[in-house]
Design a protein around this ligand. Sequence first.
Ligand code: HH2
Length: 401
Amino acid sequence: MYHLRVMDLSDPERARAELERIGADPAGVARMIDKAGFLAIRVEGLRAPAANILKQEMLSLGADAAVARGVVNGSTDRSDALVLGTRKQVRRLVRKLRPQPFGLKVLAAELRDLLAREEPREFRWHGGVLRLDGRPLVMGILNVTPDSFSDGGDYFDREAALDRALQMVEEGADLLDVGGESTRPGAPPVPLEEEERRVVPVIEHLAHRVGVPMSVDTYKAAVARRAVGAGAALVNDVSGLRMDPAMAGVVADLGAGLVVMHMRGDPRTMQSDTRYSDLVGEIFRALEESVDRAVEAGVARDRVWVDPGIGFGKSAEQNLVLLRRLAEFRSLGCPVLVGASRKSFIGRTLGIEDPKDRLEGSLAAAVVAVWNGARILRVHDVRATRRAADLAWAAGRVTEE
Ligand code: HH2
């Protein structure tokens, strides 16, 4: 009667607590933490000899790496791999790969960076600082549009927009996302001048009145420039820097923060084809490219947030998969933002037509997102999300038991 229990100790702090509870020697605790967490790391595009060596080295460490069958019988010259081992085994793998040929030196460096990668702990803007290592942040949506999918027209009037902004801050919003163009599926583009006319005065007015940073939800560099000039701290680009070639340079130039979101195509076409051969892999690679584009243009890496783009060119089931597998995006090393609030996948899953009647589904999505590592939640219902997210976060934290 040994009361056997399987534990999840992938979080190093959890592992430490359990090792200490066992009464392990303090020096042993430090050594064993790296053995308690199991990693499955996907590697893409290895040359066949590199894949072979990778497998052999992992086997020699008492671990394994899955490679394509064709690598073993010589029928393929490229393979992806799944490196399967403890953190400690992967660290030792890095040392073993460093002197090797066939591109393995580069793989060693990338694995080392992955293990060392840390998300930024804070975001500083001209008005203050936002901590990114505490409870998740709630970003309140302010749509200054006549046609947004759930609240179009509600805050189109400037006074109504200002009241709504102040109300969301009062309800616990850590930041506000101001948008002047609906990006719901099928939405028509809004001319530049009209978009500026909608968002710039609102941002200007709020900048002196709300104590929280604002982002401007736009993919147009000219709108971003004027909005940041008016007081916005971040640019939220739903195209991930793909729609306006000037955007990355403008954000760098202004020293603003940046959200890069994944969207396939544009809002008019994005739902016409939602087939992916590898949903998470494709979105991951696209976001990686967006982050690289930002950094190459001079945006500091610790000012970039990533977002898989729930509802942008994805089926209802795919949106659920993204929520479940959200933690994989943390390997990008940037805070993960999720915008699931009131979206149609919630309506489809629960059979609810009216977006304003999707609160419970939105809260459930927020909780799953927080549990899977989301740092920022973009939502319409601030007070309710604040509470749900705080509870999810508190339950996921390591606390004294
Ligand atoms: N979703 C919408 C708009 N902007 N930005 C980010 N980063 N992530 C999102 O998921 C996201 C976004 C769409 O929602 P909403 O603003 O409520 O509607 P509309 O585009 O119709 O104005």
